[in-house]
Design a protein around this ligand. Sequence first.
Ligand SMILES: [Zn+2]
Length: 413
Amino acid sequence: MDTTLLRVNGKRLRASLEQMAGIGATPGGGVQRLALSDEDQKARDLLVSWLRDLDLGVTIDEMGSIFGRRPGRDDSLPPVMMGSHVDSQPKGGRFDGILGVMGALEVMRTLHEHQVRTERPIVIVDWTNEEGSRFAPAMVASGVWAGALERDWAYGRTDLNGKKQGEELERIGYKGKAPAKKWPVHAYYEYHIEQGPLLERQGKTIGAPKGILCLHWYDVYLTGEANQVGPTPMEGRHDALVAAAEMVLAVNRLPARMGGNMVATVGEVQCYPNSRNIIPDRAHFTVDIRSWDDEHALKAWELAKKDFQEIAARQGTPMRLEETWRVAHAPFNEKLVQRVLETAGQLGCSSLHMVSGAGHDASYLNQVCPTAMIFVPSIGGRSHVEVENTSWEDCEAGANVLLHCVLTSAGER
Ligand SMILES: [Zn+2]
């Protein structure tokens, strides 16, 4: 058949997204499907059953990533790969990650339905723990697969309750046997919501990021001195939370002091014992710094560290810093990025060449094979929140761009 006329089934895509949104649904209309939770397990089971319905060869690797392989005419050729993640943030949205997996599934269903044969094999993937909100860092399974992170180190990462990532993989039955180790891939496409406001503001349907900002994560631990809040005078206190509060403001001021071209955020704070009548004796917070320029982000961290040291000394709260995770900025494969833009044009969609401020598994895939992403608009630019939304028309348009990018790549010798 003439595959240029092929289109995905938008209704079916919507139905799959809605069914997935029911797993871990929150009262506010979002989703909570933390990595390796019972909800993650349910979503995985459903995905695997759908992959089997299409006669795909299903493999689970040691990090729990799920692969569904569709043979090619020449099965010895490296496959074209597409996918994203099914885990979510706590009180996250119904589109982040899952759109890229359901979009890829819809592409597979469309090919299956029309009995399309491609030269190269095609693989759909769900990467384990992309979010990193339960077990840091994020994008851990694609990182291990790409050879950037150690498998056993990843297994040993713990959540707030002390549960180990490796044990939780085993508990939900997704510690697979296949080595979490890269293999040759011809091209990788990740379909995702934009998670920012640009497409909507400019009235465009498809975004083709030229790459992803660098992403640096740090953890700061402060030790103070606990005491009854009433009898203890203000002078001479060693309040770990007050020190942390000053540091949070220092992080917020960082981008302006550095002259822009970066963002810096504290998103998580823990205070101990977290009681209204005890001076906090311990505090922990996270720092997230992102920029297109890796050096710029490193210089910002040096500046932040100096501030932190001064604050910790003045407050009498000794500090421990952990440089948790760094991913260099990732310029995508130019040919594939152009293909996304051209494909959008052929399908009658407006498009925008942009950058991605959010991290994605595509960052690590980009270290292994030619990679590109396909973005669709986030209504109001909101993401990682329950109101995260994208129109069904845009979901369908993005899936059609994915379909035709994959068809083109899978037809290449
Ligand atoms: Zn995501």
